[in-house]
Design a protein around this ligand. Structure first.
Ligand SMILES: C[S@@+](CC[C@H](N)C(=O)[O-])C[C@H]1O[C@@H](n2cnc3c(N)ncnc32)[C@H](O)[C@@H]1O
Length: 209
């Protein structure tokens, strides 16, 4: 996914390879939860999702397809350009595109924050303030779906990234209803064809207060 220096990573190739892929499991799980009981505004025209580090938009498109408004944010202009010309954007889509780092971005109060494989790319010094923004901007009953990387991951220690362990994940989610917390440790091939050990926390959680 990322090279030694993430700023030099060829994201364009990553977007080409991933734009046609299905939405992430965490995104689907969270969207399904909104649509199941207890009823949370399903059918409401004004549900808003924010997709942080949206990439080529595999999750953004799914939210739009289900009638959500989406603010899609990515630090790479190439991602936003790619997403903006996707042919599967529904004709009535409420889509706002923003180029910017998650750390520096501002978004309004929303119902759903989705961030697939992007929060580990936030600098560790800035992660806590990003998380604070996420907590503050989510409405009560709203959800986050995201991945965080663990300390056994091959990339552990890379500069400009943030890693967690089970204890720090629990602290982040304190007071929330955890609907999915799946810890994965698996060796597999990255989008750019490298073998690596992944240590991933797949998370869906609901803010209750
Ligand atoms: C691994 S990709 C995941 C893309 C998409 N969410 C997906 O699941 O296919 C990470 C994305 O986050 C973006 N990104 C990395 N660091 C970022 C940051 N600090 N702020 C915003 N976007 C960032 C990258 O440009 C890239 O598009």
């Amino acid at each position: 996914m990322i090279a030694n220096d993430k700023s030099k990573y060829d994201w364009a190739a990553y977007y080409d390879k991933t734009e046609g892929r299905p939405p992430r499991e965490t995104t689907l799980f969270a969207l399904d939860k909104f649509e199941s009981k207890p009823f949370y505004g399903f059918g409401d025209k004004n549900l808003l999702a924010v997709d942080l580090g949206c990439g080529a938009g595999r999750d953004t498109i799914e939210c739009l397809r289900r009638g959500w408004g989406v603010i899609a944010i990515d630090s790479e202009k190439k991602a936003i350009d790619k997403l903006s010309i996707r042919k599967d954007i529904p004709s009535n889509a409420q889509l706002t595109l923003q180029v910017g780092k998650i750390e520096d971005s501002i978004w309004p109060t929303c119902d759903f924050i989705n961030s697939s494989f992007a929060l580990p790319l936030v600098e560790s010094e800035k992660f806590n303030s990003v998380w604070k923004n996420i907590r503050k901007s989510l409405k009560e009953g709203g959800r986050i779906a995201c991945q965080l990387f663990g300390e056994r991951d091959s990339w552990f220690g890379k500069s400009g990234m943030t890693f967690h362990n089970r204890h720090t994940v629990d602290l982040l989610l304190e007071g929330w209803v955890i609907e999915m917390l799946r810890e994965e440790v698996e060796q597999s091939i990255t989008v750019r064809g490298e073998l690596k050990l992944w240590h991933i926390f797949h998370i869906v959680a609901k803010k209750v207060s």
